[in-house]
Design a protein around this ligand. Structure first.
Ligand code: TXA
Ligand code: MG
Length: 316
């Protein structure tokens, strides 16, 4: 592994791209101080350039290299959740490239918690921009193999780190304004943020420009995804409609059509999140006409999953 990290650091210094595992999803990394390297990230992902990137750091002492100020609330969140699946949006320091921030006056920062990511960030010693290592709008990869499928030769090295523990992207909290606002739900929930801040947090508008998921059809497989309630699934199964489909459900269902697939998902939101993208990715290869997903509970432990399912289903 030490050899791979050395190679990865060399590649980053030469302005090329390294995909690496984090606890959430795999990231496509480039030297955040090198504009040419950042441009390669947008090109490899086919991502619109007004979509800002998160800068990944090894240590919170690097925060003031990127942010102009760190409020006491932001510092408390950093202390409570880093390293971990949280991204903080702070006022950017003058001079931080517009390429990273999409021209906004804020910057997204995160200290991930994965031994490979941490080893890489520590050895490199500078900030690394890293969007999820998928083509724009598609499902984020949670294994090295999935990165290979998504990006192939567009990435110079993929560091192996097994399946990502969390499985969905970090919670993004905007701490740059007067009030804290969650821009993207993740497995760190609103209540946990509120408990640390001792303050209510807002939930960002999903159609706000330029923030996470401003594109509703994000995190989407090629196969149409349909979200149905338990009763709607029962009706659909009873209708006997003759299509080749897969059902991802929390409950047991009896499926008469033997050619269709049934994936029973965990009722534990942590496990569900861990399996979600890989399950969608696997099903997407089966030539199905439809992926039917049973709606998940409305409680806050399921916020991130509900958000990603709703985006996956909006693509179709
Ligand atoms: O878990 C994660 O956050 C993963 C891993 C690799 O760290 N990264 C990730 O990056 O999901 P990406 O680029 O796929 O999604 C980051 C989101 C984008 O939707 C972007 O709009 C938002 O973060 N973002 C970044 N900087 C922002 C800013 N200054 N203001 C508002 N949103 C920002
Ligand atoms: Mg992404």
């Amino acid at each position: 592994m030490q050899e791979d990290i050395k190679r990865a650091v060399k590649i980053l210094f030469s302005g090329d791209l390294v995909a690496f595992p984090t606890e959430t999803v795999y990231g496509l990394g480039a030297d955040a101080s090198n504009p040419e390297a950042i441009k390669k990230v947008f090109a490899a992902k086919e991502r619109p350039t007004d979509h800002p990137l998160i800068v990944h750091l090894a240590d919170s002492r690097q925060l003031l290299d990127w942010a102009s100020t760190v409020s006491s609330g932001a510092a408390r969140l950093a202390e409570a959740f880093w390293p971990g699946p949280l991204t903080l949006i702070l006022q950017k320091k003058p001079g931080v490239s517009d390429l990273i921030t999409g021209g906004q006056d804020t910057i997204g920062l995160r200290i991930p918690k994965h031994p490979v990511a941490n080893a890489l960030l520590k050895a490199f010693g500078r900030g690394v921009v890293a969007p999820s290592a998928n083509r724009f709008g598609r499902i984020s990869p949670t294994t090295a193999e999935a990165v290979r499928e998504e990006l192939g030769d567009a990435v110079d090295l993929i560091l192996e780190g097994g399946a990502c523990e969390v499985g969905v992207e970090s919670t993004i909290v905007d701490m740059s304004g007067e009030f804290p606002v969650i821009l993207r739900p993740g497995m760190i929930q609103a209540e946990q943020i509120e408990a640390v801040l001792k303050q209510a947090v807002g939930i960002g508008r999903k159609d706000a420009p330029r923030v996470s998921g401003s594109h509703l059809s994000h995190y989407a497989p090629q196969t149409p995804v349909v979200l149905l309630s338990t009763a709607e699934i029962q009706n659909f199964l009873a209708s006997g409609e003759n299509i080749f489909f897969a059902l991802m459900s929390l409950h047991e269902f009896t499926i008469a059509c033997s050619s269709s697939l049934h994936v029973k998902m965990s009722k534990d939101p942590q496990k569900y999140a861990h399996d979600l993208y890989q399950t969608l990715r696997d099903l997407d290869k089966k030539g199905l006409q439809r992926i039917i997903v049973e709606a998940v509970p409305g409680t806050s432990e399921w916020d991130a999953i509900r958000d990603r399912l709703s985006r996956a289903s909006n693509a179709s």
